[in-house]
Design a protein around this ligand. Structure first.
Ligand SMILES: [Zn+2]
Length: 106
């Protein structure tokens, strides 16, 4: 809330200077600056959400041993998963698609 007041105050000061120097209407310059600040803040918010770091990998002892085979429904490639954080992990992706569970191997 305090940051918002600081931004509005700074925009009002800049708008006053710009409108005095250029002769443009004060309200128009102020609205343009505030709109620019809103757009910049929105973009900054989304950029920060992209920059959120990935959580650290689990401890080696907490991983479960699994033997699952997955097949890619597009190209037919198969992979075997030998460790996962749960007994029913999410399938890996290949060719932009979720791979299909073939059969648990005992
Ligand atoms: Zn594939």
């Amino acid at each position: 809330m305090r940051r918002l007041l600081i931004v509005i105050g700074a925009a009002a000061v800049v708008a006053l200077v710009v409108s005095t120097v250029s002769g443009a209407p004060f309200v128009g310059v102020l609205l343009a600056l505030l709109l620019g600040a809103v757009i910049l803040g929105t973009g900054w918010f989304f950029l920060r959400s992209f920059a959120t770091p990935v959580p650290p990998p689990p401890e080696p002892g907490t991983l479960r041993r699994v033997k699952l085979t997955y097949r890619c429904p597009v190209c037919g490639a198969e992979v075997r998963m030998t460790a996962a954080d749960t007994e029913d992990p999410e399938p890996p992706r290949h060719c932009m698609e979720d791979m299909e569970l073939v059969a648990p191997i005992d």
